[in-house]
Design a binder for this molecule. Structure first.
Ligand SMILES: Nc1ncnc2c1ncn2[C@@H]1O[C@H](COP(=O)(O)OP(=O)(O)O)[C@@H](O)[C@H]1O
Ligand SMILES: [Mg+2]
Length: 466
């Protein structure tokens, strides 16, 4: 059914009233899509169209000429695709997979990791639940990290590689990344990224800065980044507007959300205020009334779940409900899931190119050596603890700038009447009688201050917050 409201009005609907009007008891049989304007398409299915999903086929897992894989199906049976790479611009992707606990984030992660392996993409994967979220990934990716410290070392290495590639490509006179010529696409993915980025995490500031840096420099040199998170608010994903804006522009997958998340998603601008997404129910149990005299009431826990059901917000059909393929067994397996292992296929995963190994550094070299890795992680822990002790928190819970340059930048900003640019800040800092500095260092200091929410950016102007 196609519906349209008169010009000058915007279409909106109430699913329960609509189902009542249509005489449909099971709301999961009715799918409504709107164009965010005057029109809506209402489809009534004989049964929930996404109740049963097949596993992916090998063809689904291979990138098409637009760099896309098939991740599942829309409610109307059409393939739902996600981009791993953009060959038309040579861009690596940034991605965000969002949803409440149990919505299916880690299965999506495993599927994409398996696809990356098959497409010879180098996967670096941090599983911040200690490796428990996607245990099958161990050995199937180039780097498998299981702690926050290792994730930080991984991000540092990825940023260093992106810089190294920039230098190398510049020397070659190249302006775009060509996949596999000579270097492979690299994809850095953090599952449960909220643990690293939420308030109170010891690595929040550094992780935010590194991910932002990677999003900026990595894109054009073939280093992509994905965060998977159960955050209820984008604010929990690092203290940086720039980072959040960058993620919103990437490939965004929204799995089942909790009711408290919805308002936040709209507030964060991840969903337009008037966009109506049909909520994803937790199970497909029809809501039936059961009398106390009914002898054979159904066991509610037997109802099939909706895991993997999602919206691909950055795709061509953001308001079309889709469901990811069935990835692995629904019931827990006693050991590694053989179905998931089979998705990865045989053979070794793609590895980082030799030319970038020096840039990747000691952590990359130690990635398969638990003792050496633990030593590096312990160093990072000590370093971070020392820094945290050295800078007492301010009364408002924020930390004071930790280096002198940050203090100087803050003082320079505070002296300006209106907004100023990084160049003006550099000029002011250069005249304060302190050590000479470069624009790059000023920019870094500004970035760190913005992450601590001591400096805000508005358009091209910078302000210090009191
Ligand atoms: N695509 C899927 N195919 C099959 N089962 C799934 C799928 N997604 C989720 N599940 C089921 O739901 C459970 C929770 O999924 P998981 O990916 O661990 O959720 P999250 O990471 O969002 O907490 C899995 O253990 C599995 O039983
Ligand atoms: Mg998970």
């Amino acid at each position: 059914m196609t519906l349209e409201v008169p010009q000058g009005q915007v279409i909106s609907y109430d699913l329960r009233k609509l189902c009542s009007a249509l005489g449909v008891d099971d709301p999961t049989r009715v799918v409504v899509e709107t164009d965010d304007s005057r029109r809506a398409l209402v489809t009534i299915y004989p049964a929930n169209p996404l109740a049963v999903m097949p596993p992916p086929s090998p063809d689904d897992m291979l990138m098409d000429r637009h760099g896309r894989i098939v991740v599942g199906r829309y409610h109307n049976g059409r393939p739902a695709r996600r981009r791993l790479f953009d060959p038309s611009t040579g861009s690596a992707q940034r991605a965000l997979v969002f949803g409440t606990t149990g919505a299916g984030k880690s299965r999506v992660v495993q599927y994409v990791l398996a696809c990356e392996k098959r497409n010879r993409i180098v996967s670096w994967f941090a599983d911040l639940k200690g490796g428990q979220s996607a245990p099958e990934a161990a050995g199937q990716v180039d780097w498998h990290a299981t702690t926050q410290e290792e994730a930080i070392l991984m991000l540092r290495a990825a940023v260093a590689i992106a810089e190294e590639r920039q230098r190398r490509y510049k020397a070659l006179g190249r302006n775009a990344f060509l996949i596999g010529q000579p270097d492979p696409l690299i994809s850095v993915r953090i599952d449960e990224a909220n643990r690293l980025l939420e308030r109170g995490s010891p690595y929040r500031e550094e992780a935010t800065r590194l991910i932002k840096e990677l999003g900026r420099t990595g894109r054009s040199v073939g280093v992509g980044v994905e965060l998977d998170a159960q955050a209820s608010h984008l604010e929990e994903l690092g203290g940086s507007d720039t980072l959040r804006a960058m993620l919103k522009e990437g490939e965004v997958t929204l799995l089942r959300w909790s009711s408290s998340m919805m308002r936040q998603l709209v507030g964060d601008g991840l969903l337009p205020a008037d966009a109506q997404l049909m909520p994803i129910p937790k199970t497909l149990r029809p809501h039936t009334l059961v009398s106390q005299f009914d002898p054979a009431a159904e066991d509610e826990d037997d109802a099939p779940g909706t895991q993997g059901t999602a919206y691909l917000l950055s795709g061509p059909h953001p308001t079309s409900m889709m469901r990811h393929f069935r990835i692995g067994s629904i019931a827990p397996t006693p050991g590694l899931d053989p179905e998931i292992l089979a998705l990865y296929g045989p053979g070794e995963p793609a590895r980082l190119e030799d030319a970038s190994r020096d840039a990747a550094g000691a952590a990359y070299a130690a990635r398969n050596d638990p003792a050496a890795m633990e030593k590096l992680c312990a160093e990072l822990r000590d370093e971070t603890e020392k820094e945290a002790k050295a800078v007492p928190p301010l009364a408002n819970g924020k930390r004071k700038p930790s280096s002198r340059l940050e203090d100087r930048v803050l003082a320079a900003l505070a002296a300006f009447e209106g907004p100023s640019t990084a160049d003006e800040v550099l000029a002011a800092v250069s005249e304060d009688g302190g050590k000479a500095v470069r624009l790059g260092s000023v920019r870094n200091a500004l970035g760190a201050l913005a992450d601590q929410e001591l400096v805000v950016r508005e358009g091209h102007g910078l302000y210090a917050l009191p």
